[in-house]
Design a protein around this ligand. Structure first.
Ligand SMILES: [Mn+2]
Length: 336
């Protein structure tokens, strides 16, 4: 049985809130875009490999962004298989995804599955999927956990594997990092490293779907593959403004300014007169520039745009209303 699969990770909902004015909307768009791609590519399920939330203090609206993503996927008939990353770990034994587990266990979501802190083996369609969530201290290596379970088709893990690298050129090259298991699986779906890359023979990091900070490369998206070729392709998200770094000492007077969140660097205090540029700057590296970047606001209603989004995805009015009701009910439950 051929399955089509979307692999993603490292949403980091709540990241970039200090620099991006409309970060809620941007990360909500990210979630909607992933559902759009999943629908277009007719995937059978989504692998979501950890670091859903950025901070331990997750705001309700941030929770709602993720819950509406799961509600959307549920209604589209697309299961999402989730593991936690290190950003999802709370002090003590909890995770920021415990409420999602409750919703799944309580059958509010009937399709999705979640593995928190402990490895779980899922059988789905004709596939064996071993989910290895992140833990603070690994007593057994990922390779040993895999060996305990025997051969699988897909290994999900949120881990920094040896040999992986970031956009800034950092490489995980010491023995402190986990070696990639050499065999016993057909596809390793990795989370943790934000740059999309191949690792080992059959391992892949999807990377984060969008840039979350300056320094993140612009080559981003989600991975899509099928179980005939196991050969993933990067699908880019649409409608996501990039984060771009510009040299403030450059003469911008005649230049087209990209529609982006802009960071200015290296200025010696030269006056900037290009209005479009000034409107788009959200961060200044060197304080000799004489203006304040745009202030961050935090008012955003996740319900706004949800029916339209569901409509665009092809849901009937009745289904849309049902989905909105579910999100409202959940919102009420978790803010109670
Ligand atoms: Mn991460």
């Amino acid at each position: 049985m051929k399955s089509r699969i979307l692999h993603t990770a490292d949403f980091h909902i709540g990241a970039s809130k200090k620099i991006i004015v409309d970060y809620f909307e941007r990360q909500n768009t990210m979630c909607n875009e992933i559902l759009r791609i999943a629908t277009k590519k007719e995937v059978n399920f989504i692998l979501l490999c950890g670091d859903i939330f950025h901070l331990k203090t997750v705001q309700e609206v941030e929770r709602l962004i993720f819950i509406s993503f799961l509600v959307g996927a549920e209604h589209l008939g697309i299961p999402v298989f989730i593991i936690n990353g290190q950003h999802d770990l709370l002090e003590g034994k909890g995770t920021s995804l415990d409420h999602i587990k409750k919703l799944i266990d309580g059958e509010h979501f009937k399709r999705h599955r979640i593995a928190l802190l402990k490895p779980v083996l899922w059988n789905y369609r004709d596939l064996k999927i071993l989910a290895v969530p992140h833990v603070r201290k690994r007593e057994k290596s990922v390779a040993q956990i895999l060996e305990d379970h025997g051969d699988v088709d897909i290994l999900m893990a949120h881990e920094c594997f040896r040999g992986s690298s970031t956009d800034t050129g950092w490489i995980a090259d010491t023995s402190a990092y986990q070696p990639i298991p050499e065999e016993g699986y057909k596809y390793l779906a990795g989370g943790d490293i934000h740059k999309c890359q191949k690792i080992g023979k059959h391992g892949y990091y999807s990377g984060s779907p969008i840039q979350n900070e300056f320094g993140d490369g612009e080559r981003r998206g989600v991975l899509w593959f099928d179980t005939e070729t196991w050969d993933p392709k990067l699908c880019r998200l649409q409608g996501i403004k990039p984060l771009v770094t510009l040299d403030a000492d450059h003469d911008f007077s005649d230049e087209e300014i990209p529609d982006a969140y802009i960071r200015l660097t290296k200025t010696k205090g030269k006056e900037i007169t290009n209005k479009t540029l000034l409107e788009r700057v959200v961060k200044v590296e060197n304080k000799t520039v004489e203006f304040e970047p745009i202030k961050v606001t935090t008012s955003f209603d996740v319900m706004e745009g949800l029916p339209e989004m569901l409509g665009k995805l092809g849901l009937s009015n009745k289904q849309q209303m049902k989905a909105v009701d579910i999100v409202k009910k959940i919102a009420k439950d978790i803010t109670a």
